[in-house]
Design a protein around this ligand. Structure first.
Ligand code: ALA
Length: 408
């Protein structure tokens, strides 16, 4: 990959703060946007800022066509069998909530997650337990953060006929570890459960093929894959979307209504009530084109190279502890760490203010994991394809300096 050339596509990478370029390593939270995405959205606002799916005039028709083209692009990107299986949502969280609310789980049923879930794949199950009495089972990770497949198998066996849904992260936002999703899905299916993958951190970074995985649902977000914020995707197998109950209904989600009754449209439109985020959908389509042209295999390889380089340097710095598997090949493009005796938010601020290095710090929307392990929080650096080796080196150099200055 020609990273120097690629970087020219990202306007913000050409800008300076305090006279220096930025080193953006907060990609697991939100990625930067290439010019092509920004232009696609501007084109919508400048040239056809109408609504889609309703009016028959030319501007509106153009919106409808552009949105359905974006849907087809997403379909091809994840190898979904039908465009009807691609539902536009606000973000991953909304996709997960849509399944949690609409899947028809009731008292006596159970859902299984892991002990490493983002709050978006935890809070909906807490609510379902409190409101409807749906049990929540938690599969354990191994001490290094990898998936304990034996524990999962046992829990699926013990909970057979009770566990209706396994809702699990695909790639962890905490440490970058990617689960053996295909095996997990097979185990869940054999036990009679469906599977929902929180794919917010996988779809932007590795090739994801829903047909090969045989995933029932996957949810992900535009903003983590070079697209705009405020747009997400829920993929669901067509026959499951047919029975999933929508929670936002209204304009454009119905075929017809009387005063007494509504006839819903089929998927995906029945889930897309109200005017949509047209600029976001169109921008997402442009982001998918951009990533497809680069190739997901190349993106994955590049991130792993940078993470391995960072790991080599960090392993030589005392007082630094890593979160997740020690082998960087198992952590995609993510390195989460702590420096003994230095608060993560302080580290993040020092990195930002002294070197324009932007990382995330805190509990990464996974308080439950940190609390269970009595770790306050951490710093997370996350790479993307536009990062350079010198970005990894700059981070390592600053960490070394912080250790020298603050650790005795
Ligand atoms: N899920 C996002 C992150 O991990 C917000 O940063």
């Amino acid at each position: 990959m020609d990273v120097i050339k690629i970087r020219k596509d990202f306007p913000v990478l050409g800008k300076k703060i305090d006279g220096r370029n930025i080193v953006y390593l907060d990609n697991a939270c939100a990625t930067l946007k290439p010019r092509r995405v920004i232009e696609a959205m501007n084109d919508y606002y400048e040239n056809y800022p109408a609504c889609g799916g309703r009016s028959v005039h030319r501007l509106s028709t153009r919106v409808s066509i552009a949105c359905e083209e974006a849907r087809n692009k997403v379909q091809r990107f994840i190898n979904a069998p039908s465009e009807k299986e691609i539902v536009f949502t606000k973000n991953t969280t909304e996709g997960l909530n849509l399944v949690a609310r609409g899947f028809g789980l009731k008292k006596g049923d159970a859902v299984i997650t892991t002990d490493k879930e983002h709050n978006s794949n935890l809070v909906p199950w807490h609510m379902l337990r409190e409101k409807c009495g749906v049990a929540h089972i938690i599969a354990k990770s191994l001490p290094d953060g990898t998936f304990d497949i034996e524990d999962f198998k046992k829990r699926m066996k013990d909970g057979r006929s009770k566990i209706k849904l396994a809702s699990i992260y695909h790639t962890s936002n905490l440490d970058g570890y990617t689960l053996p999703a295909k095996d997990i899905i097979e185990i869940a299916h054999d036990a009679g459960a469906h599977v929902l993958l929180d794919a917010a951190q996988s779809v932007p970074h590795i090739p994801v093929d829903v047909k090969r995985l045989d995933a029932d649902f996957i949810a992900f977000s535009g903003q983590k894959m070079c697209g705009p914020s405020g747009i997400g995707i829920l993929y669901g197998k067509e026959e499951l979307l047919e029975t999933l109950e929508p929670f936002t209904v209204g304009g454009d989600s119905v075929a017809s209504t009387t005063y007494e009754k509504s006839v819903l449209l089929g998927p995906p439109h029945r889930f897309e009530g109200g005017l949509q985020n047209y600029a976001g959908i169109i921008g997402l389509g442009a982001a998918v084109d951009y990533l497809s042209a680069l190739g997901m295999d190349s993106i994955e390889k590049h991130e792993k190279t940078l993470n391995a380089r960072l790991a080599r340097t960090l392993s030589e710095i005392r007082h630094v502890s890593l979160i997740g598997p020690p082998d960087p090949a198992l952590r995609g493009g993510i390195t989460s760490f702590n420096i003994e005796g230095v608060a993560p938010h302080d580290i993040a601020m020092i990195l930002d203010e002294s070197a324009n290095i932007m990382v995330r710090s805190g509990t990464l929307c996974a308080h439950s994991w940190f609390k269970a392990r009595k770790i306050n929080s951490c710093v997370r650096a996350s790479f993307y394809f536009y990062n350079l080796e010198k970005d990894a080196d700059a981070l390592a150099g600053c960490i070394e300096k912080i250790v020298t200055d603050f650790c005795r």
